[in-house]
Design a protein around this ligand. Structure first.
Ligand SMILES: [Zn+2]
Ligand SMILES: [Zn+2]
Length: 566
C-alpha cells in the first residue's frame, strides 16, 4: 500500500468521523495525518515502525493504524464506521460543495440518506432553511448531483430531452440528404433513458467520420450498427439502413422486446412485409390500427389494435385544464399564492388546487391550524377577483399520512378543504405490510380525495416502499379515491405500468405537477408523456376536468364526508 492510499484512507476516516459527530480533536488528527503522509518524500512501507512514529503528524496512535493498514490492507475502525453509514450518505462525499459538516446536517436534521433524495430536496427548496445553506449553495449542490448522476450514464427523460432534439437537428443539418428518426426508449417515452437511438440512411463511414471530428469514441460497430459515446457520457446507437426498409427498421427498433415477440405471434413476421419504407404501412399491411410508438410495450395493445378501428385518442398536454397539487411559499414553495394563480391563468389553466404541506411536515414548514384558517381567508379574498367561474383557487392540503395511516388534522379541519391529497413523506423505510396498512387506512378515510405519489420513489435514486398495487387500486375504486400520477420527472409515480389497471377499475388518475414554483407547472408534460404509454385519454384524468366539472367532482367527494363544514 503506497502513501497515497494510506492518506486517502485516513482522509475518509476523518470525514466520516466528522459526519458522525466524533471528537473534533481526533477528526483533525486523522486529517492532519493524511495531509502529512501525502507529502512525504519516502514510502511509509519502506520505513521501520519506530521511524514512522517519529514523523511529524503521525505519532504513536496513528502509527498503529498505519501498521494495521500495511499488514492487512484494511482499517477496522474505517470498516466499522462505514457499516454505520448509509451508502447514500457515503456517496455524498463525492459531491462537490458539500463537506462533512453539511452532510451531517443533511443526514441528521433533514433525514436524507440518498443523493436522489438530496437532489429532490433542492428542487423543493428545503435546504435553504438550514444553517450554512444559502440559495447559492443549494444551487451548487443541485448542479453537482445532476452532473454526478450524468456520469453514471442513465438519464431521466426530461434530462436528456434537449440533448436528443439538439443532436437530431445537428445531424439533419450535417447530412441534409439523409434521414434520421429517433427510436428506442426515447421514442417510447420511457421515464428513464439508457441510450439514445436513431435509425438513419447515412452510410456507416460517413457517420463515423462525422463523430470522429467531435471526439466521440466508437463502442461497437458492424455493417449496419454503430454505438458511440462522447464527452457528455450519453450512449448513442445508430441503425443504418436503406430508404426501402426504413419503416421496417424503425418499427423493429422502437418496440420493446415483449411487443415484438407478441407481434410475431399475433400478426406474423414483420420482416416479411414488403414496402416498409414508411412505418405506418406495416400496420396497414397487417390490417390493424396504428399503434403509437409510446404504447408499443406488450401484446395487449396489439390485441386492442386488432379489435378496434382506431385506438382511443391519447391525452396531450393541452388537455390539462387545471393545476392540481401545488405548494406556495406558505409551506415549501417559492411563490406567493397570488403569483401562482396569475401564472396559472396566464398559461390557460382554469383553476389552481393549492395543497401546501400539513402540520407534521415540519421540514417543509407544514401549516398549523391557525395558518390553514388564515390561508383560507387569503384564498377567499383572491377568489373574488375572478367572477363568473373564470378561474378559481381550490383549498386543499397535501396531508401527511402519519405512521398509523391517519391524516394530519382532525375532522373539523379536514372538512374545511375542498380536496385532500394524502401522501406519505415520513418513515419511508418500511415493509409492504406496514406500507399497505398506512395507505389503505388513508384511502378509507372519507376525507381523502387523491392519493399522492403512491410509492414515494425517486427515479434513479430511491426505489420507494413496496406496495401491492392491485390492492391499492381496488381500495381506491371502492372509496372513490383518485390516484395521482405525480408528474415530476423524477417521480412519475404511480408507475405507468399500473395505470391501465386503475382505468380498468374506473379509478381516475390525476396528472399533477406537485409544483413548488410556477416553473413546476411545466412538469405536467412529463406526466402526460408517460400517461400516453398507458393509453390514458382526457376522460381518465381528473386534471383534464374543466372548472365546472371540477366543482361537480368536489361536491361528489364531499358527499363521502360524515362531517361537513358548509
Ligand atoms: Zn409530497
Ligand atoms: Zn407535494
Amino acid at each position: 500500500m503506497d502513501n497515497y492510499q494510506i492518506a486517502d484512507t485516513f482522509s475518509l476516516l476523518s470525514k466520516l468521523m466528522d459526519i458522525h459527530g466524533e471528537n473534533s480533536f481526533k477528526v483533525k488528527s486523522y486529517a492532519a495525518a493524511a495531509f502529512a503522509i501525502e507529502k512525504l518524500p519516502m514510502q511509509l512501507s519502506e520505513l521501520a515502525p519506530e521511524k514512522r512514529a517519529a514523523i511529524k503528524g503521525i505519532g504513536d496512535t496513528i502509527n498503529k493504524r498505519v501498521t494495521e493498514l500495511l499488514n492487512t490492507g484494511q482499517l477496522t475502525q474505517l470498516t466499522e464506521i462505514i457499516a454505520q453509514t448509509p451508502p447514500g450518505v457515503l456517496e455524498m462525499l463525492s459531491i462537490k460543495g458539500i463537506g462533512p459538516k453539511k452532510i451531517a446536517i443533511i443526514w441528521k436534521e433533514l433525514a436524507i440518506e440518498t443523493l436522489g433524495e438530496l437532489l429532490y430536496a433542492c428542487y423543493e427548496n428545503r435546504l435553504t432553511r438550514y444553517k450554512g445553506f444559502g440559495e447559492k449553495t443549494q444551487k451548487n449542490i443541485q448542479e453537482s448531483i445532476e452532473f454526478y448522476f450524468g456520469t453514471l450514464g442513465s438519464y431521466l427523460y426530461q434530462q436528456i430531452e434537449t440533448f436528443a432534439h439538439a443532436l437530431q437537428s445537428v445531424l439533419s443539418k450535417a447530412f441534409p440528404l439523409q434521414t434520421f428518426a429517433i427510436t428506442g426508449q426515447f421514442r417510447r417515452q420511457l421515464p428513464v433513458i439508457e441510450q439514445l437511438e436513431w435509425v438513419t440512411t447515412t452510410p456507416v463511414n460517413d457517420l463515423l467520420s462525422f463523430f470522429a471530428t467531435h471526439q466521440y469514441q466508437v463502442i461497437s460497430q458492424t455493417n449496419n450498427f454503430t454505438a458511440l459515446k462522447g464527452t457528455e457520457n450519453v450512449t448513442l446507437h445508430f441503425y443504418h439502413c436503406t430508404p426501402a426498409i426504413f419503416g421496417n427498421q424503425l418499427f423493429e427498433t422502437t418496440g420493446s422486446p415483449a411487443f415484438l415477440t407478441a407481434w410475431k405471434q399475433l400478426i406474423g413476421d414483420y420482416q416479411l412485409y414488403a414496402n416498409t419504407g414508411i412505418e405506418s404501412n406495416l400496420f396497414k399491411t397487417a390490417g390493424i390500427s396504428f399503434i403509437p410508438p409510446q404504447q408499443r410495450e406488450d401484446g395487449d395493445i396489439i390485441m386492442e389494435a386488432k379489435k378496434q378501428i382506431a385506438l382511443p385518442t391519447l391525452i396531450v398536454p393541452k388537455d390539462i385544464k387545471g393545476v392540481i397539487h401545488s405548494h406556495s411559499n406558505w409551506s415549501d414553495g417559492s411563490n406567493t399564492i397570488e403569483t401562482m394563480a396569475e401564472s396559472a391563468i396566464a398559461q390557460g389553466y382554469q383553476y389552481l388546487v393549492l395543497s401546501d404541506h400539513s402540520k407534521s411536515a415540519f421540514y417543509a414548514q407544514g401549516l398549523p391550524v391557525e395558518k390553514i384558517l388564515a390561508q383560507h381567508d387569503a384564498i377567499n379574498h383572491l377568489n373574488q377577483q375572478w367572477p363568473n367561474g373564470t378561474f378559481k383557487i381550490f383549498k386543499s392540503i397535501e396531508s401527511d399520512i402519519l405512521s398509523d395511516g391517519q391524516l394530519d388534522y382532525d375532522e373539523a379541519i379536514l372538512a374545511t378543504f375542498d380536496l385532500v391529497i394524502a401522501s406519505i413523506h415520513s418513515n419511508l423505510k418500511m415493509n409492504q405490510e406496514k406500507a399497505m396498512q398506512r395507505l389503505l387506512t388513508a384511502i378509507e378515510n372519507p376525507y381523502t380525495s387523491i392519493l399522492g405519489h403512491l410509492t414515494g420513489r425517486l427515479l434513479l435514486s430511491r426505489a420507494g416502499y413496496p406496495v401491492d398495487h392491485q390492492k391499492i387500486i381496488d381500495a381506491c375504486a371502492a372509496n372513490q379515491v383518485v390516484i395521482e400520477l405525480n408528474a415530476h420527472p423524477r417521480r412519475l409515480d404511480i408507475d405507468w405500468q399500473w395505470i391501465k389497471k386503475a382505468i380498468d377499475k374506473e379509478v381516475l388518475i390525476s396528472i399533477n405537477p406537485d409544483a413548488h414554483s410556477i416553473e413546476g407547472y411545466q412538469d405536467c408534460k412529463y406526466g402526460v408523456l408517460v400517461a400516453q404509454k398507458a393509453g390514458v385519454t382526457s376522460e381518465n384524468n381528473l386534471s383534464s376536468f374543466d372548472l365546472h366539472q371540477m366543482e361537480a367532482f368536489i361536491s361528489l367527494q364531499q358527499k363521502k364526508r360524515p362531517y361537513n363544514s358548509q
